[in-house]
Design a protein around this ligand. Structure first.
Ligand SMILES: Nc1ncnc2c1ncn2[C@@H]1O[C@H](COP(=O)(O)OP(=O)(O)O)[C@@H](O)[C@H]1O
Ligand SMILES: [Mg+2]
Length: 238
């Protein structure tokens, strides 16, 4: 009996997942139209009064937040595995940094990369890994309230493991929050969603990769991803 109820519940959840995904896809089109129009207004900003430009900027910020949320949910909801191709963690990291660089520079945050150029390739879904890196980089940038530095490193540990590490010189995480940051919707930010880290955790779970951190209040934070060697290329000369 309870087995049947569980099945009904599972089916409902699956259906909800599908509905959410198609709803979000539908939202994307009108949203792109809004963004195109905002971009147009930005292009002709010299003809507009300053209050209007401010409104355009507020709307663009709001657009980016919605866009980021939708991307996170869609990446998370997409079916597993079909897209797992050989890919380079370093290359995806560089893509993620390129995307986040304008945000960082706006806040006087400098990002440096320290890649191990002899890493094996991994078998991942590029867009999922990109999403994870984007979430962690954006947290690092946001933690640097008055400018700062971010270092992203890739390296091997104990021969088989590959580590992706991001260190920031941001505000750090207080002891009370350390237990909570991976909970859905936990955020300490006025405009936070509290979804970034839970999405990272779920996406990485699919690849049996660990996500953990060390943080000192007022000094900074390091997040680590420890990749599963079973999903790394074998027979690579190192
Ligand atoms: N690099 C970091 N430095 C300081 N705090 C962090 C960092 N990354 C995450 N956090 C904490 O974890 C919380 C949850 O992060 P996240 O799930 O990405 O949601 P959001 O960024 O929307 O708040 C943040 O609000 C913040 O308190
Ligand atoms: Mg976040």
């Amino acid at each position: 009996m309870s087995q049947t109820l569980d099945n009904v519940q599972d089916n409902k959840l699956q259906l909800m997942g599908k509905l959410t995904a198609s709803l979000l896809h539908e939202i994307r089109n009108p949203l792109s139209a809004i963004k195109l129009n905002l971009d147009y207004l930005k292009m002709i900003e010299k003809d507009l009064p300053s209050e209007a430009i401010e409104s355009v900027d507020v709307c663009t910020d709001a657009f980016l937040r919605i866009h980021y949320l939708i991307d996170n949910v869609l990446t998370f909801a997409r079916k597993n595995s079909n897209y797992n191709n050989e890919c380079s963690i370093n290359e995806i990291t560089r893509n993620a940094v390129d995307i986040m660089l304008p945000n960082a520079l706006k806040k006087n945050v400098y990002i440096k990369l320290f890649p191990d150029n002899n890493l094996p390739l991994g078998y991942y879904d590029k867009s999922k890994l990109l999403q994870v890196f984007l979430n962690l980089i954006s947290n690092a940038i946001e933690s640097c309230e008055t400018g700062g530095n971010i270092a992203i490193k890739t390296y091997r540990q104990d021969t088989d493991f590959v580590i992706w590490e991001i260190e920031d010189t941001g505000v750090g995480i207080n002891d009370d929050d350390k237990d909570k940051i991976f909970q859905d919707f936990f955020t300490s930010k006025e405009k936070g969603t509290g979804l970034g880290l839970s999405v990272c955790k779920m996406l990485l779970l699919e690849y049996q990769a660990d996500l953990y951190f060390e943080s000192t209040l007022g000094v900074g934070t390091k997040f680590f991803i420890k990749f599963n060697p079973n999903l790394m290329q074998k027979n690579n000369e190192l």
